[in-house]
Write a protein that binds this ligand. Structure first.
Ligand SMILES: Cc1cc2nc3c(=O)[nH]c(=O)nc-3n(C[C@H](O)[C@H](O)[C@H](O)COP(=O)(O)O)c2cc1C
Length: 174
């Protein structure tokens, strides 16, 4: 079982979280900045993929992250990811950007789903304080939202709980 961790970042916070998730997972390969990937088809070599994305283009309908992910979305939807488990985590600020909290997660989630991936790692919205997020589907976020700007004290417990959840949802990861 191979697990790939990919991220994009503008100020380094998403990379830091990718490293911390990697540390908790054991077994997974070292996190890779998606802007360093020459051929996106390398993603299909993994059984599971964990992707980290910040939100920057506040209120935008598309290209919400302001990172390399935005230019790769169409290419992602063209991959053959049937049978692969994919989980998304997102960085945002639930206080300053409370009406667009972690909006970019949903965009990445949608394109991976189009590629046939089996999406895992959903998290209940009940443990968060925010006004609106495009990443909410029903009662859940379509991934793990994290807030290093206003709630960094909650990050350790959030990622630890999420990694336990992924171990249950991705066979062979535990
Ligand atoms: C100009 C700007 C716009 C932002 N827009 C949003 C937003 O719409 N929603 C949100 O949740 N966070 C928003 N943020 C907060 C960032 O997503 C947050 O600081 C994140 O941790 C940055 O991750 P990075 O260091 O990996 O780029 C914004 C931050 C800045 C500076």
């Amino acid at each position: 079982m191979t697990i790939g961790i990919y991220f994009a970042t503008t100020t380094g916070k998403t990379e830091d979280i990718a490293e911390r998730i990697h540390g908790l997972l054991g077994g997974a390969e070292s996190p890779i900045d998606i802007s360093d990937v020459d051929d996106l088809s390398e993603l299909v070599n993994h059984d599971g993929i964990i992707c980290g994305i910040p939100t920057w283009n506040t209120g935008a309908e598309s290209e919400r992250s302001g990172t390399t992910w935005d230019s790769l979305l169409d290419e992602i939807s063209g991959l053959s990811l049937s049978g692969k488990k994919v989980a998304i985590f997102g960085l945002g600020d639930s206080s300053t950007y409370t009406e667009n909290y972690c909006d970019a997660m949903e965009e990445l989630h949608r394109y991976f789903k189009e590629a046939g991936a089996s999406m895992v790692g959903y998290v209940s919205k009940s443990e968060y304080t925010f006004e609106e997020s495009k990443s909410v589907v029903g009662d859940s976020f379509c991934g793990l939202p994290l807030d290093e700007d206003s709630e960094s004290d909650m990050t350790d417990s959030r990622i630890s709980k999420w990694v336990d959840q992924l171990k249950a949802e991705i066979p062979g990861l535990a």
